[in-house]
Each structure stands twice: as C-alpha cells, then as structure tokens.
Design a protein around this ligand. Structure first.
Ligand SMILES: *Cc1c(COP(=O)(O)O)cnc(C)c1O
Length: 407
C-alpha cells in the first residue's frame, strides 16, 4: 500500500460526519440563523420547526415520544444530568446509586461527585467477559437505592449488557434505570421503553453526526421521571437544560438519526463481516492473540485484541502514520496506565497494555481491512523479533511465572 494512506479505525472515539448530514446543516448557518427560542419572527419559527423535526427523527430512532428527548452538548453532559439530576430530585427517596466498574468516565466521575455530595455509590464488578452478573447487581440493591446506571455497550470492548434483564430487576425493586447508550444508539436497535430504561444518554458524533450535541431521553409516563437541572438560565428543554439550542448541530443529529434508522442493519452486517475477517486473520497469522470481552454479546464493528508480549503503544508507533486505532493504555499525567476497563475484566497489566481497539465505521472499506491486516501483523512480528521476552517465550520460558525486579 502507498505510504500516505490513512485508515480510520477509531470510530468509537468519534465518527466522521456523513456528507448527507453536513448538507442538511449548512442552511442553518446562513439563510436560517434564527434562535429556536425567538417566538416573534419567522427566523425563530424556522429554527424551532427545524429543532422539532430533528427531535422527531431522534425519537423515532429510539422509539420514544419526542417530548422525552432533551438536547444537551453531548453524552458527557447527558450522563451528568441524569446521575446528578436524579440524585438531587429523588433525595427524599434515597441516596444510593449502583453502577459498574467498566462505565465511561462521564458516569464514574458523576458518581464520584454524588459521593462528595453525600450520596453512596456501589461500583459492581463485571465478570471476565465484561458482562454484569445479575445476582451481584441485585445483591447491591438496598432500600435507599434510587438509580442503577449500566451502559448499553462498552466503548472499549463493544460488550453489550443484558439490558432487558437489568430493566426487569429495576422494575421489580422500584429503582430507576439509566443507561449510557452512546456506543449503541444508531448502530444496533435501541429501544429504552422495551427494556425498561428510564433515562438514556447518547451523542451525535458517535453516529456520523456533528460534535457538541447529544441528548438525554427522560421517560415521561409510567413512571414520570424528573431530573434537577444542572445548567440553569432561561428554562429551555422543559426546564431541564437551559441554553440556546445548537440549531445546526441538532439538525445534523436528526439527519444522522434518520440515516441510522434506515441503514444500521446493512452497515452492521457489512462491518461485522469485516471485523470477523480482521480477527480471524490476526489469529491465523500470529500466535498469542486474545480477543477481549464476550464475543457473542458484542457490537458488530468493534474488536479489542491483545497481542501478548507486545507493548500496544510501541506497536501503534509501527503503523500510526497509516492506521488510527486506540491502545489499552491511557496517558495520565505521570505515566501510561493500563485501561481500567480491561483491568476490570481481569486482564493483567501486561495483556491490557498489549491491547488494541479496532472500531470500524460506515466508511471503512474491504481494502482498508486488507491493508490493516498486513500492517498490523508486520508490526507485531517486528516488535516480537526485537523482544527478548518473546525470544524467552519461544525458548519455552514461562514468562508469567517470572518475578521481575523493580530495578
Ligand atoms: C464518547 C462517549 C461519551 C462522551 O460523549 P461526548 O458526546 O463526547 O460527551 C460518553 N459515554 C460513552 C460510552 C462514550 O463512548
């Protein structure tokens, strides 16, 4: 392949906009610049109409009433609004929230804030395959529990939680059920009402829409759920989220939802074939390759693979001029930390550091996957050829049994 090819396999971080989305947005920057809250002239009415239409498109995608869609700046804000908003609104009922150790930081850090505000949070550990054990989840419920927050699909592994079963558990105990469904909405069928989810966060830029716009679904009937606003001023979005609406962004989000509704099935089928091809080729060409997380309950476009005895960040350096992926290491201020999600699955630091997340998308081609297979397997072989640990492993030394000195 030519050296200046750029292959984007980091769609779980963000997706490119679909050109059809951008085309729909453009008039709202120029000819129709109105504020959706301006009630006294046609510019305002046009903007309001456009927002209403987008709200319908989004509600239609997740099969809810459009009155139940609250626009935010993204999923981070929607997660914050759901968790802190429920904590404040239901303070009389209880102060306990349950979530998982593998949640997104937007949920975990909101929960930490709740703890600082006097709440109690239980972080339930997941099983080796990334799925929650329903018995452990149920055992965490107390008479003070007001909310269970479980993400629909994990951003690092693509593992899909048993949403219906968790919804039944919440109904049985009279607890609200919140889900960060950012990685699932627009890619697989997501219907919160069907599974008993009462609050659901998602975002436009993970489904081929623009960045900086997202939504929180808030159930309005049986039960009528309320959240305390976290951003005040003007009373937009039924008083739950003030601030001038991002009209072009919302229009784009709506169009992205409409396209997703029509195309997610064919996209998913095509991408799961490409993903499976990538996985199969890695296993066929390389030794000591492990796929992380449950492979039966998983998003169609994601694979998280550990290449044992290869350091993921170093491996990425061999191909990152051509391929964009994510590694299982996160840069903190002082060091490279292994992904807390993979550690929660029981991987050791070494396997977590040796992992790469490939997330395919609507614009990924067959040819790109063929090129990726070649570049990644070359990179892994190159790293292993240089590695004394790999040499020891090949000589039959039990690497895992060695205790490395700190010096
Ligand atoms: C990307 C992501 C978010 C954050 O969404 P923003 O719109 O960027 O704030 C939250 N949760 C999950 C699971 C995500 O993947």
């Amino acid at each position: 392949m030519s050296n200046n090819k750029k292959i984007y396999l980091d769609n779980n971080s963000t997706t490119p906009c679909d050109p059809r989305v951008v085309d729909t947005m453009i008039p709202y920057f120029y000819e129709m610049p109105g504020n959706a809250a301006s009630r006294s002239h046609p510019f305002g009415w046009q903007a309001e109409e456009a927002v209403d239409y987008a709200r319908e498109q989004i509600a239609n995608l997740i099969e809810v009433d459009s009155k139940e869609v609250i626009f935010t700046s993204g999923a981070t804000e929607a997660d914050n609004l759901a968790i802190k908003g429920v904590f404040e609104m239901y303070a009389k009922k209880g102060n306990h929230i349950i979530t998982l150790t593998t949640e997104h930081k937007a949920v975990l850090d909101s929960c930490k804030k709740v703890e600082r505000m006097g709440g109690e949070v239980t972080y339930v550990e997941v099983e080796r395959d990334g799925l929650v054990d329903l018995k452990k989840l149920e055992a965490a419920i107390t008479d003070k529990t007001i909310l269970i927050s479980v993400m629909w699909a994990n951003n690092e592994t693509g593992v899909i939680q048993p949403m219906k079963e968790i919804g039944d558990l919440c109904a049985k105990h009279g607890v609200l059920f919140m889900s960060d469904a950012t990685q699932a909405v627009g890619k697989i069928p997501v219907n919160p009402k069907e599974v008993g989810v009462h609050l659901m966060a998602f975002t436009s830029h993970k489904m081929y829409g623009p960045k900086g716009v997202g939504a929180l679904f808030v159930n309005r009937k049986n039960p009528r759920v309320k959240v305390t606003s976290q951003i005040d001023g003007g009373g937009h979005e039924r008083g739950m989220r003030s601030g001038t609406l991002n009209v072009p962004g919302i229009v784009g989000f709506g169009k992205a939802a409409e396209i997703a509704k029509k195309e997610m099935k064919q996209d998913g089928e095509r991408l799961s074939k490409l993903r499976d091809k990538l996985e199969a080729a890695m296993k066929a060409k390389l030794e000591e390759v492990y796929v992380n997380g449950n492979v039966d309950s998983r998003m169609p476009h994601v694979t998280n693979i550990s290449f044992k005895h290869v350091e993921g960040e170093g491996l990425m350096m061999t191909f990152n001029q051509n391929i964009a992926v994510s590694s299982g290491s996160a840069c903190t201020s002082a060091s490279l930390e292994p992904s807390y999600v993979l550690i929660a699955l029981g991987l050791g630091d070494d396997l977590a550091h040796s992992s790469i997340r490939f997330s395919l998308g609507r614009f990924t081609t067959d040819e790109e996957i063929d090129d990726t297979i070649e570049l990644i397997s070359n990179g892994v072989n190159h790293m292993r050829d240089l590695s004394p640990i790999w040499e020891m492993y090949k000589e039959g030394v039990d690497i895992d049994a060695i205790e490395w000195s700190e010096h």
